[in-house]
Design a protein around this ligand. Structure first.
Ligand code: G4P
Ligand code: NA
Ligand code: NA
Length: 194
């Protein structure tokens, strides 16, 4: 997605070889027009998948995911993160290890909001090691629903997330694929469709 790559070039801050800061349009301040275009692009990419629900993880996934849900005319559910949890029967729970933060967190979704008939599109802001997306996929599978696809705003293609997800058979589309963050500069994976 050219508009997103442009925004990353103009406003992204390369913190080091592994981390891109995008606080000005995605992770802190949000650019609603860009999010709207992101929603349209996800809706087009997953049009054939008959999505009935979008699932993301709070908090930074919510802005792009709600725009995708708007375009697809389906609800958005965001999984909640909790540090500690008193076990409850009415929740799906998975623990997700954050490589960046080196900590484990519990994520939960109410059983009310994902059911066996659902075809779920998982959306997240970043794909690094894939643990967040995999945790959400496990929640969908706990509900005996289908993971109809995984949509990522910014993929770090030099980290192992995409390959893990593809090897497990998931359909993955990323709107910007970063090949490298070396020398203080983001470079993108060449897109053969452009
Ligand atoms: P993974 O899910 O692919 O395994 O990645 P990881 O555990 O490393 O990600 C932990 C958090 O860091 C996630 O946000 C993820 O979106 C974010 N993240 C990963 N790589 C980058 C990066 O290069 N730049 C930025 N800005 N974020 C990155 P989170 O903890 O869920 O926070 P929230 O922003 O959603 O509240
Ligand atoms: Na984040
Ligand atoms: Na995230």
């Amino acid at each position: 997605m050219k508009q997103l790559e442009q925004k990353i070039i103009e406003e992204g801050i390369v913190l080091n070889e592994n981390v891109l800061k995008v606080d000005s349009f995605l992770n802190h301040q949000v650019d609603p027009q860009l999010m709207y275009s992101i929603g349209q692009t996800f809706a087009a990419l997953f049009e054939a998948q008959k999505i009935t629900k979008v699932l993301t993880l709070e908090s930074s996934g919510i802005a792009p995911a709600v725009m995708a849900a708007l375009q697809m005319n389906v609800p958005l559910v965001f999984a909640r993160k909790r540090k500690s949890l008193t076990l409850k029967d009415d929740l799906y729970t998975e623990s997700i290890f954050s490589f960046t933060k080196q900590e484990e967190s519990e994520v939960t979704v109410s059983r009310k909001f994902i059911t066996a008939e659902d075809r779920v599109l998982i959306i997240d802001d970043f794909l690094a090691n894939g643990d967040a997306a995999l945790g959400l996929a496990k929640i969908v599978e706990q509900a005996q629903a289908s993971v109809a696809g995984i949509g990522i705003v910014i993929e770090k293609a030099f980290q192992p997330g995409r390959n893990k997800l593809v090897e497990l058979g998931y359909l993955v589309h990323s709107l910007a694929r970063i090949a490298s963050l070396s020398e203080g500069k983001a470079t993108f994976v060449a897109d053969p469709n452009r």
